[in-house]
Design a protein around this ligand. Structure first.
Ligand SMILES: CC(C)(COP(=O)(O)OP(=O)(O)OC[C@H]1O[C@@H](n2cnc3c(N)ncnc32)[C@H](O)[C@@H]1OP(=O)(O)O)[C@@H](O)C(=O)NCCC(=O)NCCS
Length: 134
């Protein structure tokens, strides 16, 4: 089951484990949703900045990967963006992160550019998906 969360304390241990550099902020544009099966097994964080959506991160716990959870979290975020009249969604992903790149390609994102030195000296791809206005 996917639900929105405002309790960032519950996601921070998972975040610390998988994204050491990522700081939880009080960014008013940022939202988070969790995939639960008694415990949290997946998280998506995204921002809705007027007509622009951004995926900040998606994590599925390793023991639950390749079961469609990452895809469902991504679709949840994109649906929320669509409801809020976003016309596109972008993200940056490390260029060696093939699992994540494949997930994004499968869900309609297109590589639009390269961001050198994006993650502590590592290169990222900028990926964008257009969102149909309802
Ligand atoms: C990237 C990540 C979120 C993907 O999560 P996931 O839950 O494994 O994603 P999905 O299960 O939806 O999709 C992954 C693959 O499983 C496949 N899959 C989906 N449902 C499936 C099912 N029922 N049975 C078998 N395979 C399935 C998908 O087709 C996809 O395959 P592909 O790699 O050939 O495209 C996960 O690998 C992760 O947490 N990585 C570490 C954190 C990270 O790097 N995040 C991204 C950058 S922010």
């Amino acid at each position: 089951m996917i639900q929105e969360t405002t309790n960032l304390d519950e996601v921070s241990p998972i975040l610390k484990e998988y994204f050491h550099g990522y700081q939880i902020s009080n960014d008013p544009f940022e939202k988070a949703a969790i995939y639960c099966d008694n415990n949290i097994i997946g998280i998506v964080s995204y921002s809705i900045i007027y007509e622009r959506g951004e995926i900040n991160y998606i994590i599925t716990l390793p023991s639950h990967r390749n079961k469609g959870i990452g895809g469902k979290l991504l679709e949840y975020a994109i649906n929320d963006m669509q409801k809020n009249n976003c016309t596109s969604v972008s993200l940056e992903v490390e260029s060696t992160n093939t699992d994540a790149i494949n997930l994004y390609l499968k869900h309609g994102f297109i590589k639009q550019g390269i961001r050198p030195n994006y993650y502590e000296g590592k290169e990222a791809y900028l990926m964008i998906k257009e969102i149909e206005v309802k």
